[in-house]
Design a protein around this ligand. Structure first.
Ligand SMILES: Cc1cc2nc3c(=O)[nH]c(=O)nc-3n(C[C@H](O)[C@H](O)[C@H](O)COP(=O)(O)OP(=O)(O)OC[C@H]3O[C@@H](n4cnc5c(N)ncnc54)[C@H](O)[C@@H]3O)c2cc1C
Length: 424
Protein backbone atom coordinates (compact mmCIF):
# COMPACT_ATOMS: atom_id res chain seq x y z
CA UNK A 1 0.00 0.00 0.00
CA UNK A 2 1.33 3.42 -0.74
CA UNK A 3 0.51 7.09 -0.70
CA UNK A 4 1.40 9.95 -3.05
CA UNK A 5 1.11 13.54 -1.83
CA UNK A 6 1.10 16.60 -4.12
CA UNK A 7 2.45 19.70 -2.38
CA UNK A 8 5.40 20.12 -0.02
CA UNK A 9 3.84 22.80 2.21
CA UNK A 10 3.18 22.30 5.93
CA UNK A 11 0.27 19.87 5.34
CA UNK A 12 1.99 17.68 2.73
CA UNK A 13 5.44 17.63 4.35
CA UNK A 14 4.09 16.77 7.81
CA UNK A 15 1.77 14.07 6.45
CA UNK A 16 4.66 12.55 4.48
CA UNK A 17 6.84 12.44 7.60
CA UNK A 18 4.12 10.88 9.75
CA UNK A 19 3.27 8.22 7.18
CA UNK A 20 6.92 7.35 6.44
CA UNK A 21 7.53 7.17 10.19
CA UNK A 22 4.60 4.73 10.41
CA UNK A 23 6.14 2.48 7.77
CA UNK A 24 4.06 3.56 4.78
CA UNK A 25 5.66 4.04 1.36
CA UNK A 26 5.06 7.69 0.61
CA UNK A 27 6.13 9.96 -2.25
CA UNK A 28 5.98 13.73 -1.77
CA UNK A 29 5.92 15.99 -4.85
CA UNK A 30 6.84 19.67 -4.71
CA UNK A 31 6.64 21.77 -7.85
CA UNK A 32 9.40 24.18 -6.85
CA UNK A 33 13.12 23.36 -6.77
CA UNK A 34 13.42 24.24 -3.05
CA UNK A 35 11.37 25.52 -0.11
CA UNK A 36 13.05 28.92 -0.28
CA UNK A 37 10.01 31.01 -1.04
CA UNK A 38 9.48 34.23 0.79
CA UNK A 39 6.16 35.59 2.01
CA UNK A 40 4.80 32.40 3.50
CA UNK A 41 3.49 32.23 7.02
CA UNK A 42 6.17 32.07 9.68
CA UNK A 43 4.17 31.33 12.79
CA UNK A 44 4.54 28.02 14.59
CA UNK A 45 1.98 27.93 17.38
CA UNK A 46 2.04 25.83 20.58
CA UNK A 47 -0.20 23.17 18.95
CA UNK A 48 2.49 22.52 16.31
CA UNK A 49 5.30 22.79 18.87
CA UNK A 50 3.57 20.00 20.81
CA UNK A 51 3.41 17.84 17.68
CA UNK A 52 7.14 18.46 17.08
CA UNK A 53 7.77 17.50 20.70
CA UNK A 54 5.81 14.26 20.29
CA UNK A 55 7.98 13.50 17.24
CA UNK A 56 11.19 14.17 19.16
CA UNK A 57 11.91 17.18 16.92
CA UNK A 58 11.26 20.11 19.27
CA UNK A 59 14.94 20.41 20.23
CA UNK A 60 16.13 20.55 16.62
CA UNK A 61 13.35 22.97 15.74
CA UNK A 62 14.24 25.33 18.58
CA UNK A 63 17.90 25.22 17.51
CA UNK A 64 16.81 27.00 14.31
CA UNK A 65 17.11 30.78 14.44
CA UNK A 66 13.76 31.94 15.76
CA UNK A 67 11.95 34.64 17.72
CA UNK A 68 9.49 33.83 20.49
CA UNK A 69 6.31 35.83 21.07
CA UNK A 70 4.75 35.18 24.49
CA UNK A 71 2.07 37.78 23.91
CA UNK A 72 0.19 39.37 21.04
CA UNK A 73 -0.13 43.13 20.96
CA UNK A 74 -1.73 45.78 18.84
CA UNK A 75 -0.43 49.35 18.66
CA UNK A 76 -3.08 51.99 18.01
CA UNK A 77 -2.73 55.78 17.68
CA UNK A 78 -3.52 56.02 21.39
CA UNK A 79 -0.96 53.47 22.51
CA UNK A 80 -0.33 49.72 22.81
CA UNK A 81 -2.98 47.18 23.73
CA UNK A 82 -1.97 43.73 24.93
CA UNK A 83 -4.47 41.40 23.29
CA UNK A 84 -3.48 38.13 24.91
CA UNK A 85 -0.69 36.51 26.85
CA UNK A 86 0.16 32.89 26.10
CA UNK A 87 2.01 32.44 29.40
CA UNK A 88 0.65 29.56 31.44
CA UNK A 89 -0.82 27.75 28.43
CA UNK A 90 -0.88 24.04 29.32
CA UNK A 91 1.38 21.66 27.40
CA UNK A 92 4.82 23.16 27.95
CA UNK A 93 4.89 25.69 25.09
CA UNK A 94 3.52 29.11 25.92
CA UNK A 95 4.75 31.11 22.94
CA UNK A 96 4.51 31.40 19.16
CA UNK A 97 7.82 30.66 17.44
CA UNK A 98 8.53 32.79 14.36
CA UNK A 99 10.64 30.67 12.02
CA UNK A 100 11.02 31.16 8.26
CA UNK A 101 8.78 28.51 6.74
CA UNK A 102 11.56 27.09 4.54
CA UNK A 103 13.57 26.17 7.67
CA UNK A 104 10.53 24.39 9.09
CA UNK A 105 9.93 22.47 5.84
CA UNK A 106 13.62 21.56 5.51
CA UNK A 107 13.54 20.14 9.04
CA UNK A 108 10.40 18.08 8.42
CA UNK A 109 11.52 16.67 5.07
CA UNK A 110 15.06 15.93 6.25
CA UNK A 111 13.60 13.99 9.19
CA UNK A 112 11.23 12.15 6.81
CA UNK A 113 14.23 11.18 4.66
CA UNK A 114 15.49 9.08 7.55
CA UNK A 115 12.67 6.58 6.99
CA UNK A 116 13.08 4.05 4.21
CA UNK A 117 9.60 4.52 2.70
CA UNK A 118 9.98 8.26 2.07
CA UNK A 119 10.71 9.74 -1.33
CA UNK A 120 10.82 13.47 -2.14
CA UNK A 121 10.52 14.66 -5.75
CA UNK A 122 11.32 18.34 -6.23
CA UNK A 123 10.43 20.22 -9.42
CA UNK A 124 7.60 17.71 -9.81
CA UNK A 125 4.30 19.38 -10.62
CA UNK A 126 1.16 17.29 -10.35
CA UNK A 127 -1.31 18.11 -13.11
CA UNK A 128 -3.87 15.29 -13.25
CA UNK A 129 -5.31 12.27 -11.46
CA UNK A 130 -5.25 8.68 -12.69
CA UNK A 131 -8.85 7.46 -12.55
CA UNK A 132 -9.93 3.87 -13.02
CA UNK A 133 -13.19 2.15 -12.13
CA UNK A 134 -14.65 5.25 -10.47
CA UNK A 135 -11.67 5.68 -8.12
CA UNK A 136 -8.45 7.68 -8.05
CA UNK A 137 -5.44 5.39 -8.47
CA UNK A 138 -2.59 7.92 -8.46
CA UNK A 139 -1.48 11.07 -10.24
CA UNK A 140 0.35 12.42 -13.28
CA UNK A 141 3.10 14.97 -12.93
CA UNK A 142 5.71 16.84 -14.94
CA UNK A 143 9.36 17.07 -14.01
CA UNK A 144 12.38 18.31 -15.99
CA UNK A 145 12.57 14.98 -17.83
CA UNK A 146 8.94 14.98 -19.00
CA UNK A 147 5.56 13.58 -18.03
CA UNK A 148 5.39 10.85 -15.39
CA UNK A 149 2.85 8.99 -13.30
CA UNK A 150 2.72 7.41 -9.85
CA UNK A 151 0.12 4.90 -8.72
CA UNK A 152 -0.95 4.72 -5.10
CA UNK A 153 -3.71 3.48 -2.81
CA UNK A 154 -4.15 7.03 -1.56
CA UNK A 155 -3.56 10.26 -3.49
CA UNK A 156 -3.49 13.38 -1.34
CA UNK A 157 -3.97 16.94 -2.59
CA UNK A 158 -1.90 19.16 -0.27
CA UNK A 159 -1.21 21.59 -3.11
CA UNK A 160 -2.60 24.65 -1.38
CA UNK A 161 -5.53 26.94 -1.99
CA UNK A 162 -5.11 26.93 -5.78
CA UNK A 163 -5.16 23.10 -5.76
CA UNK A 164 -5.08 21.66 -9.27
CA UNK A 165 -5.85 18.13 -8.12
CA UNK A 166 -8.93 19.23 -6.20
CA UNK A 167 -10.25 20.68 -9.45
CA UNK A 168 -9.38 17.49 -11.36
CA UNK A 169 -11.42 15.55 -8.77
CA UNK A 170 -14.39 17.81 -9.49
CA UNK A 171 -14.38 19.31 -5.99
CA UNK A 172 -15.17 23.03 -5.79
CA UNK A 173 -14.74 25.02 -2.57
CA UNK A 174 -17.48 27.18 -1.16
CA UNK A 175 -16.21 30.79 -0.93
CA UNK A 176 -16.76 32.45 2.45
CA UNK A 177 -15.45 35.86 1.39
CA UNK A 178 -12.27 37.73 2.27
CA UNK A 179 -12.52 41.52 2.02
CA UNK A 180 -8.73 42.03 2.19
CA UNK A 181 -5.47 41.37 0.35
CA UNK A 182 -1.96 41.75 1.71
CA UNK A 183 1.17 43.47 0.38
CA UNK A 184 4.43 41.95 1.65
CA UNK A 185 7.80 43.67 1.62
CA UNK A 186 11.03 43.90 3.57
CA UNK A 187 12.69 46.82 5.32
CA UNK A 188 16.13 46.64 7.00
CA UNK A 189 16.06 46.19 10.77
CA UNK A 190 18.37 47.82 13.30
CA UNK A 191 19.34 46.54 16.73
CA UNK A 192 17.57 49.39 18.53
CA UNK A 193 14.21 48.52 16.89
CA UNK A 194 11.45 46.73 18.82
CA UNK A 195 12.14 42.99 18.97
CA UNK A 196 8.62 41.57 19.01
CA UNK A 197 6.17 41.09 16.16
CA UNK A 198 3.19 43.40 16.44
CA UNK A 199 0.04 44.63 14.74
CA UNK A 200 -0.22 48.38 14.04
CA UNK A 201 -3.70 49.76 13.47
CA UNK A 202 -4.47 53.34 12.56
CA UNK A 203 -7.64 54.73 11.04
CA UNK A 204 -7.57 53.57 7.41
CA UNK A 205 -4.42 51.41 7.73
CA UNK A 206 -3.34 48.05 9.18
CA UNK A 207 0.20 46.68 9.12
CA UNK A 208 1.77 43.58 10.68
CA UNK A 209 5.48 43.72 11.47
CA UNK A 210 7.48 40.49 11.82
CA UNK A 211 11.01 40.71 13.15
CA UNK A 212 13.30 38.53 11.00
CA UNK A 213 16.59 39.52 12.67
CA UNK A 214 18.28 41.59 9.98
CA UNK A 215 15.06 42.83 8.39
CA UNK A 216 11.38 43.45 9.04
CA UNK A 217 8.87 41.45 7.09
CA UNK A 218 5.94 43.84 6.74
CA UNK A 219 2.40 42.93 5.75
CA UNK A 220 0.33 45.95 4.71
CA UNK A 221 -3.36 45.10 4.53
CA UNK A 222 -5.42 46.62 1.69
CA UNK A 223 -9.09 46.32 0.73
CA UNK A 224 -9.67 43.44 -1.71
CA UNK A 225 -8.80 44.48 -5.25
CA UNK A 226 -7.20 47.75 -4.05
CA UNK A 227 -3.74 46.96 -5.45
CA UNK A 228 -4.13 48.62 -8.87
CA UNK A 229 -5.49 51.81 -7.32
CA UNK A 230 -2.54 51.98 -4.92
CA UNK A 231 0.01 51.33 -7.69
CA UNK A 232 -1.51 54.10 -9.83
CA UNK A 233 -0.73 56.54 -6.98
CA UNK A 234 2.98 55.64 -6.97
CA UNK A 235 5.22 54.01 -4.36
CA UNK A 236 4.82 57.05 -2.07
CA UNK A 237 1.23 55.97 -1.44
CA UNK A 238 2.62 52.90 0.32
CA UNK A 239 5.66 54.48 1.96
CA UNK A 240 3.78 57.42 3.46
CA UNK A 241 1.27 55.55 5.70
CA UNK A 242 3.94 53.03 6.73
CA UNK A 243 6.30 55.86 7.74
CA UNK A 244 3.49 57.52 9.69
CA UNK A 245 2.51 54.33 11.50
CA UNK A 246 6.05 53.06 12.12
CA UNK A 247 8.15 56.24 12.46
CA UNK A 248 11.29 54.27 13.46
CA UNK A 249 11.31 52.86 9.90
CA UNK A 250 10.72 56.18 8.10
CA UNK A 251 14.35 56.72 7.07
CA UNK A 252 14.67 53.18 5.69
CA UNK A 253 11.64 52.99 3.41
CA UNK A 254 13.71 54.00 0.38
CA UNK A 255 14.60 50.27 0.37
CA UNK A 256 11.16 49.75 -1.25
CA UNK A 257 12.19 51.26 -4.58
CA UNK A 258 9.03 50.40 -6.52
CA UNK A 259 6.14 47.97 -6.50
CA UNK A 260 8.58 45.40 -7.94
CA UNK A 261 9.86 45.10 -4.36
CA UNK A 262 6.35 44.36 -3.10
CA UNK A 263 4.46 41.05 -3.40
CA UNK A 264 0.68 40.93 -3.46
CA UNK A 265 -0.92 38.01 -1.64
CA UNK A 266 -4.56 37.46 -2.40
CA UNK A 267 -6.39 36.37 0.72
CA UNK A 268 -8.97 33.62 0.36
CA UNK A 269 -11.31 32.01 2.85
CA UNK A 270 -13.12 28.94 1.62
CA UNK A 271 -13.71 25.25 2.27
CA UNK A 272 -14.85 22.12 0.54
CA UNK A 273 -18.15 20.50 1.45
CA UNK A 274 -16.62 17.16 0.59
CA UNK A 275 -12.88 16.55 1.03
CA UNK A 276 -12.60 13.15 -0.68
CA UNK A 277 -13.30 10.74 -3.50
CA UNK A 278 -12.48 7.02 -3.47
CA UNK A 279 -8.66 6.88 -3.21
CA UNK A 280 -8.35 10.69 -2.98
CA UNK A 281 -8.23 13.21 -0.11
CA UNK A 282 -7.70 16.98 0.20
CA UNK A 283 -5.96 18.40 3.30
CA UNK A 284 -4.70 21.80 4.45
CA UNK A 285 -5.51 24.83 2.32
CA UNK A 286 -6.59 22.53 -0.54
CA UNK A 287 -9.55 21.56 1.68
CA UNK A 288 -9.97 24.94 3.43
CA UNK A 289 -8.08 28.10 2.49
CA UNK A 290 -7.28 30.06 5.65
CA UNK A 291 -7.04 33.81 6.06
CA UNK A 292 -3.85 35.19 7.68
CA UNK A 293 -5.95 36.36 10.67
CA UNK A 294 -4.51 34.80 13.89
CA UNK A 295 -1.69 33.26 11.77
CA UNK A 296 -3.09 29.77 12.28
CA UNK A 297 -3.15 28.39 8.70
CA UNK A 298 0.11 26.44 9.04
CA UNK A 299 -1.05 25.00 12.31
CA UNK A 300 -4.40 23.88 10.94
CA UNK A 301 -2.57 22.28 8.01
CA UNK A 302 -0.30 20.40 10.44
CA UNK A 303 -3.28 19.30 12.54
CA UNK A 304 -4.97 17.94 9.40
CA UNK A 305 -1.80 15.97 8.66
CA UNK A 306 -1.66 14.49 12.17
CA UNK A 307 -5.33 13.47 12.09
CA UNK A 308 -4.94 11.95 8.61
CA UNK A 309 -1.93 9.88 9.66
CA UNK A 310 -3.64 8.79 12.89
CA UNK A 311 -6.73 7.65 11.02
CA UNK A 312 -5.22 6.16 7.85
CA UNK A 313 -1.67 4.93 8.59
CA UNK A 314 -3.02 1.63 9.91
CA UNK A 315 -4.91 0.93 6.69
CA UNK A 316 -2.01 2.07 4.52
CA UNK A 317 0.57 -0.17 6.14
CA UNK A 318 -1.47 -3.38 6.16
CA UNK A 319 -3.14 -5.19 3.26
CA UNK A 320 -6.33 -3.22 2.72
CA UNK A 321 -8.56 -2.32 -0.20
CA UNK A 322 -6.63 -0.46 -2.91
CA UNK A 323 -7.66 2.32 -3.45
CA UNK A 324 -8.66 3.41 0.04
CA UNK A 325 -12.47 3.57 0.27
CA UNK A 326 -14.32 6.77 1.00
CA UNK A 327 -15.62 5.30 4.28
CA UNK A 328 -12.03 5.64 5.60
CA UNK A 329 -11.41 9.07 4.12
CA UNK A 330 -14.70 10.44 5.42
CA UNK A 331 -13.36 10.00 8.96
CA UNK A 332 -10.68 12.59 8.28
CA UNK A 333 -13.21 15.16 7.11
CA UNK A 334 -15.50 14.34 10.04
CA UNK A 335 -12.65 14.93 12.49
CA UNK A 336 -11.22 18.10 10.94
CA UNK A 337 -14.32 19.90 9.68
CA UNK A 338 -15.47 21.19 13.12
CA UNK A 339 -12.15 22.93 13.96
CA UNK A 340 -12.05 24.33 10.43
CA UNK A 341 -15.55 25.77 10.70
CA UNK A 342 -14.96 27.36 14.10
CA UNK A 343 -11.58 28.86 13.11
CA UNK A 344 -12.91 30.25 9.84
CA UNK A 345 -15.94 31.73 11.60
CA UNK A 346 -13.59 33.58 14.00
CA UNK A 347 -11.42 34.74 11.08
CA UNK A 348 -14.50 36.05 9.25
CA UNK A 349 -15.61 37.92 12.32
CA UNK A 350 -12.25 39.69 12.66
CA UNK A 351 -12.01 40.38 8.90
CA UNK A 352 -15.52 41.81 8.62
CA UNK A 353 -16.01 43.48 11.99
CA UNK A 354 -12.53 44.83 12.70
CA UNK A 355 -10.19 44.92 9.69
CA UNK A 356 -12.64 45.98 6.98
CA UNK A 357 -14.09 48.90 9.02
CA UNK A 358 -10.55 49.91 10.05
CA UNK A 359 -9.49 50.07 6.38
CA UNK A 360 -12.63 51.99 5.51
CA UNK A 361 -11.76 54.62 8.15
CA UNK A 362 -15.07 53.84 9.85
CA UNK A 363 -13.32 52.66 13.00
CA UNK A 364 -11.57 55.09 15.29
CA UNK A 365 -8.98 53.86 17.77
CA UNK A 366 -10.56 50.74 19.33
CA UNK A 367 -12.06 51.52 22.71
CA UNK A 368 -10.42 48.59 24.45
CA UNK A 369 -8.71 48.24 27.80
CA UNK A 370 -4.93 48.61 27.38
CA UNK A 371 -4.38 45.12 28.77
CA UNK A 372 -6.95 42.50 27.76
CA UNK A 373 -4.60 39.80 29.06
CA UNK A 374 -5.56 40.91 32.56
CA UNK A 375 -9.16 39.79 32.06
CA UNK A 376 -8.70 36.20 33.28
CA UNK A 377 -11.52 34.33 31.53
CA UNK A 378 -11.06 36.24 28.26
CA UNK A 379 -7.31 35.60 28.30
CA UNK A 380 -7.76 31.88 29.02
CA UNK A 381 -10.14 31.57 26.07
CA UNK A 382 -8.08 33.59 23.56
CA UNK A 383 -4.74 32.04 24.49
CA UNK A 384 -6.23 28.57 24.14
CA UNK A 385 -7.93 29.39 20.83
CA UNK A 386 -4.83 30.99 19.31
CA UNK A 387 -2.24 28.72 20.91
CA UNK A 388 -3.82 25.29 20.73
CA UNK A 389 -6.78 25.81 18.44
CA UNK A 390 -9.98 23.81 18.44
CA UNK A 391 -9.49 20.06 18.87
CA UNK A 392 -5.68 19.87 19.00
CA UNK A 393 -4.32 16.60 17.62
CA UNK A 394 -1.69 14.30 19.09
CA UNK A 395 0.60 11.93 17.23
CA UNK A 396 -0.89 8.48 17.87
CA UNK A 397 0.84 6.30 15.31
CA UNK A 398 3.52 3.84 16.41
CA UNK A 399 6.81 4.60 14.65
CA UNK A 400 8.96 2.10 12.79
CA UNK A 401 12.75 1.98 12.89
CA UNK A 402 14.49 4.84 11.13
CA UNK A 403 17.85 5.09 9.46
CA UNK A 404 20.37 6.94 11.58
CA UNK A 405 22.66 9.48 9.98
CA UNK A 406 25.25 6.65 9.92
CA UNK A 407 22.83 4.45 8.02
CA UNK A 408 22.32 2.12 10.97
CA UNK A 409 18.75 1.47 11.99
CA UNK A 410 17.82 3.05 15.31
CA UNK A 411 14.69 2.80 17.38
CA UNK A 412 12.53 5.89 17.66
CA UNK A 413 11.28 6.82 21.13
CA UNK A 414 7.74 5.40 21.22
CA UNK A 415 5.05 7.62 22.64
CA UNK A 416 2.07 6.28 24.49
CA UNK A 417 -0.76 5.62 22.10
CA UNK A 418 -3.38 8.35 22.28
CA UNK A 419 -7.00 7.35 22.35
CA UNK A 420 -8.37 7.89 18.88
CA UNK A 421 -11.47 6.92 16.93
CA UNK A 422 -10.97 3.62 15.11
CA UNK A 423 -11.47 3.26 11.40
CA UNK A 424 -14.59 1.30 10.53
C1 LIG B 1 -1.09 36.73 3.09
C2 LIG B 1 -1.13 35.47 3.89
C3 LIG B 1 -0.36 35.39 5.04
C4 LIG B 1 -0.42 34.26 5.83
N1 LIG B 1 0.31 34.23 6.97
C5 LIG B 1 0.23 33.14 7.77
C6 LIG B 1 0.99 33.08 8.97
O1 LIG B 1 1.72 34.01 9.33
N2 LIG B 1 0.88 31.96 9.72
C7 LIG B 1 0.07 30.92 9.35
O2 LIG B 1 0.00 29.92 10.10
N3 LIG B 1 -0.62 30.93 8.22
C8 LIG B 1 -0.56 32.03 7.42
N4 LIG B 1 -1.29 32.05 6.27
C9 LIG B 1 -2.03 30.85 5.86
C10 LIG B 1 -1.05 29.74 5.47
O3 LIG B 1 -0.10 30.24 4.52
C11 LIG B 1 -1.75 28.51 4.89
O4 LIG B 1 -2.92 28.22 5.59
C12 LIG B 1 -0.82 27.27 4.96
O5 LIG B 1 0.41 27.56 4.30
C13 LIG B 1 -1.46 26.06 4.32
O6 LIG B 1 -0.52 25.01 4.19
P1 LIG B 1 -0.68 23.93 3.04
O7 LIG B 1 0.44 22.97 3.19
O8 LIG B 1 -2.06 23.39 3.04
O9 LIG B 1 -0.56 24.75 1.68
P2 LIG B 1 0.64 25.63 1.12
O10 LIG B 1 1.43 26.23 2.22
O11 LIG B 1 0.03 26.54 0.13
O12 LIG B 1 1.58 24.58 0.38
C14 LIG B 1 1.23 24.02 -0.86
C15 LIG B 1 2.52 23.51 -1.51
O13 LIG B 1 2.16 22.80 -2.69
C16 LIG B 1 3.02 23.19 -3.75
N5 LIG B 1 2.25 22.96 -4.97
C17 LIG B 1 1.23 23.70 -5.45
N6 LIG B 1 0.72 23.14 -6.55
C18 LIG B 1 1.43 22.01 -6.77
C19 LIG B 1 1.37 20.99 -7.77
N7 LIG B 1 0.45 21.03 -8.75
N8 LIG B 1 2.26 19.96 -7.71
C20 LIG B 1 3.18 19.92 -6.72
N9 LIG B 1 3.30 20.88 -5.77
C21 LIG B 1 2.41 21.90 -5.78
C22 LIG B 1 3.34 24.66 -3.46
O14 LIG B 1 4.53 25.07 -4.09
C23 LIG B 1 3.45 24.64 -1.93
O15 LIG B 1 4.76 24.31 -1.51
C24 LIG B 1 -1.24 33.17 5.45
C25 LIG B 1 -1.99 33.23 4.28
C26 LIG B 1 -1.95 34.38 3.52
C27 LIG B 1 -2.78 34.46 2.28
Amino acid sequence: MSCVIAGGGPAGAMLALLLARAGVEVTLLEKHADFLRDFRGDTIHPSTLRVLDELGLAGRFLDLPHRKAHQLSMVTDSGPIRLTSLRGLPGGYDYIAFVPQWDFLDLITSEAARYPGFKLLMRAEAYDLIREGGAVRGLRYRDPSGEQEIRAALTVAADGRGSVLRGRAGLVPQELGAPIDVLWFRVPREESDPDQPFLRVSSGHVVVAIDRGTYWQLAYVIPKGGHDRLVSRGIGALREPVARMLPFLAGRLASIRSYDDVSVLTVALNRLRRWHRPGFLCVGDAAHAMSPVFGVGINLAVQDAVATANLLAGALRTPAPDPLPESALRLVQRRRMPPTRVTQAAQRLVQNRLIKPALGRRLGPPRLRPDLARVPLLNRLTRRFIGLGVRPEHVAVTPILKRSSHNVDTAVGGEDPVEYPRMS
